[in-house]
Each structure stands twice: as C-alpha cells, then as structure tokens.
Ligand binder design. Structure first.
Ligand code: ZN
Length: 473
C-alpha cells in the first residue's frame, strides 16, 4: 500500500521507496521524477519544459535537487520533453550512468544536438534584439554539453533485468509510443514501481503495442489524453486523404507540423500504404527536417523493433522512406527553396507543436493563403503556436510580427502517439489488484477525468502528482 502524498522535506523512513515529482506533474512537458530507494537517488527522465517563452524560461532555473547527488538517470524515451535537460544536468554536476534502451540511445544525440542548436539560435536572435544594458542571453547548453552527456549513456535492451545501482534493478518494456520507448519496471527495497513513460495506442504503425504489466506496488502513469478518446485511426487516415484531395483541387499546399521522431516516419508509412489511392504521385512531398532524416537512419538500424505488419510493408514498394517524389531537405537552402511552391507541396516539418523549427517559416509563408491547409496530427500544448492555431486564432505573432490566418486548419486526432482514455484504462486494468496510481504528464482536466474513471471502475483513489510533492510506494 502506498503511503499517501506529502510535501517535500520529510525524512524518508528506512525501507521505503519515495518518488518526488519535479516536472510533468500537472503539465505535459518537462518529465522529471526522483526516486529515493535503497539509500540511492535515481532520476526518471530529465525533460525539457515546452510551451510559451515564459514557460520555457523555467528550463534554465536551478534543479530543485543537487544534480551531483543523483546516482543514476533512467530515460523512458527520446522525446525532448523527456530528455531535453540531460545535458544541463550533466553540466551542473551529474556524473552517474544514464540508462537508455538501445534505440533511445541512438536517437538521443540527434535530438539533443538539435535542441542545443535551437537554444544557440534563439539566444543569438534574442541578443540581436536586446536593448542596451540588458544582460546577454546564454543558451541553455551547447553542443559540447550534449557530447559530454552522451558519454554517460549505457544501453539496455528490452526485457533485460539490469542492476543500475546497488539494490536497484530495472527492466525496460516496450511502450509502443516511439521507437525505443519504454515502460520502466523498477525494483528496490522489496517494492516495485512501474513508470509508464509515454504509452502508445494499440496498433500504432511500425511499433509493437504497449506491454501489459501484471504487478506493481505503485504505478506512475501518463495521462496526456486522460479525458478523451481518439477517433478511429482508419477514419483519420481517410480524412487525411480527403484533405489532400481538397488541397489539390484548390491548388494549395499542405503543411504538417510533425515531430521528427515517430510522427514523421508514421506519416510516410501511411503515404506509402495509400500512395495510389491518394494519387500522391501528383505532389511534391517534402520532409523538411535534417533531424527526421537522421531518425530514419535509426529506424533502419532497428528493424528488429518493428511489428509484424511493418516488416511485411518493408518487403513491398514503395518503401515508406523512399517514396519516388519524396525530397528530404537537409540544408537551409533546400528548405528555403520550398517557399517557391505556392501549391502542390506536402510539407512535413518540425517542431510538432510549431513552437520552433522549420515549420514556423513555412507557416509564415502559407498562413495567409486561403487554399493552404495546415494539418495537426499531434497534441498541441498550451502556449505553443500550434495550440493558438488549433484554437482558431485569426492572427498570430511569429518572430515579433503579426500574421493573418486564412489557411484552413485540421486537427486529425487519430494519429496520436499516446494512448487515449480507453487505452490508458485498459493498460491500467491489466495490473492485478488495481495498485495505487499517481498520474503524471497530463494537464489537470485530463488527469481529473482519468482519475474519476479509475476511481469509478476500480475503486482506487488516484494521486495527482504536483511539483514539490512526493508519494511513498
Ligand atoms: Zn513522448
């Protein structure tokens, strides 16, 4: 039985496992949980806070613990809201091992080098506009900090129980969210904690389904979509085809903000599957993301993680990552050349929430066009440009300038990389005896709805994690 919530500052009784919440506790980004057990301190994830500039400024604040006091870091998956502050942790004194699934470890340098470049560019831009006397903005971390952090990584395969510190074992299980994504089982002090990481929905293309786990003394579960159910994936796919048909008739472009890991590859998978039905040969398809291109390389190195269907797809033509009219733009010049297309282009670019990256430039060029279509296949967090567009803003401010939005906007819910409410309840339902559960990685509305459902179905009180609070297993 879990001892319930408390504020920080209490002394841990011996033989207990205590989890402190430092991030993604009441919001969906900045995943960061500290486990105290067996006399050790283990971090689960060390993610970046993403959202408005004010929210993102919090990334630079000191950690609410001493990084040098941490014995090991365990990463659930390579999304930046789960690993984005790792270089900062190392820069500020963390010297322990970083445990990551093999594909996560391969994705990590790609993701973090990109984050470092973005931080350097942002700082440079802000400094150019800086008024006299205002102190210079320093980037959160540099590329060399990423190189240092990556040196501390130790790869672990799925389903392999590993001792990460004296008295503490973990096993990674496939979470079906992105390539290499993990559910973390952690044993210490005779207790077992299960951290869901981000859970994928069943039937995600390319990936296997999330692994059911039978036993836990405490579950930390994500709750991003705790208050809603996704549309059927096939309906969504159909809708995507219809949007392409409409955009073609209107001679417009289609812009798709997509994360470089997972969503971009999944889209290409659907394009290959529907290549003839959607008459995709009449389009120029751009994957405008050097990062997504590198990620494709990681997918190709880890085909052992694909599900059976994907293995079959990879035996046929066209291959998802080698569509005949797919242009992968790596250089800035290649990216800028896309601007000359006033129609006939499908542009997939990051970031997935349009709060940075090349998609922002394409939005600047296309938002004013009535025949342009912007398709949002993923979650848009509060404070991001993507969220403002999804919420129907008529004007948006980008890089200090206002843009009128005439483009047509589409939210296609069924491609989410996250399990929906039914999926989360089904995964939780596979535990024996409805173990205590703390909800992380969800905005309050979503968590409260999920907590209500869990209480109703399983009679279990649910703890809503908050920064600075803790729970004992
Ligand atoms: Zn994720």
């Amino acid at each position: 039985m879990a001892g319930w919530e408390g504020d920080g500052g209490c002394v841990l009784r011996s033989g207990a496992m205590r989890i402190h919440f430092h991030g993604a506790a009441g919001e969906v980004t900045g995943s960061l949980h500290l486990v105290e057990a067996a006399g050790r301190r283990i971090l689960l994830d060390c993610g970046m806070i993403q959202g408005s500039p004010e929210q993102e400024a919090r990334n630079a604040e000191p950690f609410s613990f001493d990084p040098a006091s941490i014995d090991a870091l365990v990463l659930s998956h390579a999304h930046i809201d789960h690993i984005g502050r790792v270089p900062l942790l190392v820069k500020r004194g963390f010297r322990g091992p970083i445990f990551a699934q093999a594909a996560t470890a391969d994705l990590m340098p790609i993701m973090l080098l990109d984050a470092a470049s973005l931080a350097e560019n942002d700082a440079e831009r802000a400094n150019r506009r800086r008024a006299n006397g205002v102190p210079e903005i320093v980037p959160l971390y540099l590329r060399e900090d990423v190189v240092n952090a990556v040196e501390q990584v130790r790869k672990i395969d799925y389903d392999t129980r590993t001792t990460i510190a004296p008295g503490i074992d973990i096993t990674f299980r496939d979470a079906g969210h992105i390539l290499g994504s993990c559910i973390v089982e952690l044993w210490a002090d005779g207790k077992k904690l299960v951290f869901s990481g981000d859970l994928g929905p069943k039937g995600t293309p390319i990936l296997r389904d999330p692994t059911p786990i039978a036993q836990a003394d405490l579950v930390l579960m994500e709750s991003t979509y705790g208050d809603r159910n996704h549309r059927e994936r096939l309906e969504t796919i159909q809708e995507l085809g219809e949007i392409f048909a409409r955009a073609h008739a209107e001679k417009g472009n289609v812009l798709i903000p997509a994360f470089a890991v997972g969503r971009s590859q999944e889209l290409l998978y659907w394009f290959a599957q529907n290549y003839d039905a959607w008459e995709l040969s009449r389009w120029h398809i751009f994957l405008d993301s050097p990062m997504a291109a590198k990620v494709i390389g990681v997918y190709e190195r880890h085909t052992e993680l694909f599900d059976e269907q994907a293995r079959a797809v990879w035996q046929r033509k066209p291959l998802p990552f080698k569509l005949p009219n797919l242009h992968i733009s790596e250089s800035v010049d290649d990216s800028m050349a896309i601007n000359r297309f006033e129609g006939g282009a499908i542009i997939i670019a990051g970031s997935g929430m349009a709060n940075g990256g090349r998609i922002v430039h394409h939005l600047k060029h296309n938002l004013g066009r009535r025949n342009a279509h912007v398709v949002f296949p993923g979650y848009q967090a509060q404070g991001t440009l993507g969220r403002r567009l999804v919420d129907g803003a008529r004007w948006v401010r980008i890089h200090g300038k206002d843009y009128r939005v005439n483009a047509q906007r589409h939210t296609i819910g069924g491609l989410s990389a996250h399990a929906d409410q039914q999926g989360l309840l089904a995964w939780y339902g596979q535990f024996e005896g409805a173990p205590p559960v703390a909800l992380v990685h969800g905005e309050d509305k979503a968590r409260e709805a999920l907590a209500g459902e869990i209480h109703e179905r399983y009679g279990r009180e649910v703890f809503l994690a908050r920064p600075g609070r803790f729970i004992d297993a």
